[in-house]
Design a binder for this molecule. Sequence first.
Ligand code: ADP
Length: 222
Amino acid sequence: MTHELKTPISSISLASQMLNDESLAKSPAMMKHIGTAIQEESKRLKFLVDRVLQMSMFDKHDAIFKKKDLDLNELVENVANTFTLRVEHTGGKIMTEIGAVESAISVDETHFTNVIFNLIDNAIKYKKPDKAVNLWIKTWNDDDNVFFSVKDDGIGIKKENLKKIFEKFYRVHTGNRHDVKGFGLGLAYVKNVVNLHKGDIKVESDYGKGTKFTISLPFLKD
Ligand code: ADP
């Protein structure tokens, strides 16, 4: 955690020192480089601080949800549509099977949209390098619950790492995959939001084959 916060701070600090260093000749290209570094690192810092604030809100168990009656099928379809281009850009496809008949849920729209977004975002982020990624997105019911799952054919997660992925700041050690940005907070946040809505989240994964996350939530009965 401290490492994640310190890296962007030290980059910004270094960039500002360079700006103040009179012995350093500053060409327009160098100024541009420093400017971009400050901009990018501030963005990273903002993203991290936002996530930490979201998490601390849950830690205090005083999360304030503005619950609304919403349709899970619609939420899922809307979020999935925003990823179509990204998936097709890899050469892959999103297959959707929106089969839930009872799909009315009472959730906080912003947080629950983030949940669906984070799961689909991860499914694309952790694709096999230089390969297309395909996603299978489904909704369905049992007698009391509505389910949503997102399955990918990405890198997968080893069994020994599977139980740790919902922990705060945990990231699977991926060796050469430094290109994949993240802080290890997404799934901790997802699990908290789902649990605080009386729902459940499950993960199944085959290392080297792909991963499936399934969320269940009680649907609204009239
Ligand atoms: P982040 O993506 O910021 O690292 P998350 O909490 O969202 O953090 O995920 C934790 C870890 O779980 C990731 O670093 C990654 O190693 C692993 N992971 C999550 N989703 C997937 C997925 N769909 N396929 C493979 N690995 C995943």
